[in-house]
Design a protein around this ligand. Structure first.
Ligand SMILES: CC(C)(COP(=O)(O)OP(=O)(O)OC[C@H]1O[C@@H](n2cnc3c(N)ncnc32)[C@H](O)[C@@H]1OP(=O)(O)O)[C@@H](O)C(=O)NCCC(=O)NCCS
Length: 175
């Protein structure tokens, strides 16, 4: 890794590199269709990447969302990936913090994630019981469904999370 690591929002010119990252970070999951739909359909997302020179080495996507009774002041963090050779060197951490700071400035009040609590609790995520994911989840995954407030007075939202079309695929939410 050079010293020139830069974190910035991705552009249409970065999509190919974003899509090339995910099979490396998640060899057993196919995330390219949802990521490419979210980026190419210009849906409301925050797409941040870390670049080592011109090479994209880590990426995180946040999708703006809400519930039926609650306006679009939520965001889903997914996916997050770092190229294998640079994992565990703080890149995931830097990208998540950079994303949370930008979302806060945009007025986003609560961020959701489906992921390992051992990793996400360090950012302030804790199990979410009020707002349900779009599809029912197996019992053993309940602690992996988490959220964190970004505002001092985060909304006490309830109901099922309402996500844009590319996320409405049960396989993305279950084993
Ligand atoms: C998970 C991932 C995004 C973390 O990013 P990273 O840059 O490698 O991790 P960071 O350097 O920010 O954080 C490292 C810390 O997280 C811990 N950690 C890393 N991956 C972890 C995981 N899957 N579960 C729990 N803890 C994890 C490390 O033990 C380390 O802890 P320490 O700081 O106490 O030593 C990255 O390793 C990755 O892309 N993995 C493959 C894809 C994946 O599993 N993604 C899950 C996110 S949806």
């Amino acid at each position: 890794m050079t010293n020139k690591l830069v974190i910035r929002e991705t552009t249409s010119g970065d999509v190919a590199q974003v899509l090339a990252l995910y099979p490396q970070a998640f060899p057993e999951e196919e995330l390219r269709p949802v990521v490419s739909a979210l980026l190419e359909e210009e849906l409301e997302v925050l797409s941040l990447a870390a670049f080592d020179g011109d090479a994209l080495v880590a990426h995180v996507l946040f999708t703006i969302c809400g519930t039926e009774e609650w306006d679009r002041t939520g965001a889903l963090l997914a996916p997050l990936g770092v190229i294998p050779s640079l994992q565990r060197q703080g890149l995931g951490n830097s990208l998540v913090h950079a994303g949370l700071a930008r979302l806060k400035k945009r007025g986003i009040k609560q961020v959701f994630v489906l992921g390992d609590p051992a990793y996400y609790q360090r950012f302030g995520f804790s199990p979410e019981r009020q707002v349900l994911p779009p599809y029912p989840m197996p019992e053993e995954w309940l602690d992996a469904w988490q959220s964190m407030p970004l505002a001092a007075r985060a909304p006490l939202a309830t109901g099922r999370l309402s996500m844009p079309e590319p996320w409405m695929e049960p396989a993305l939410w279950g084993p």
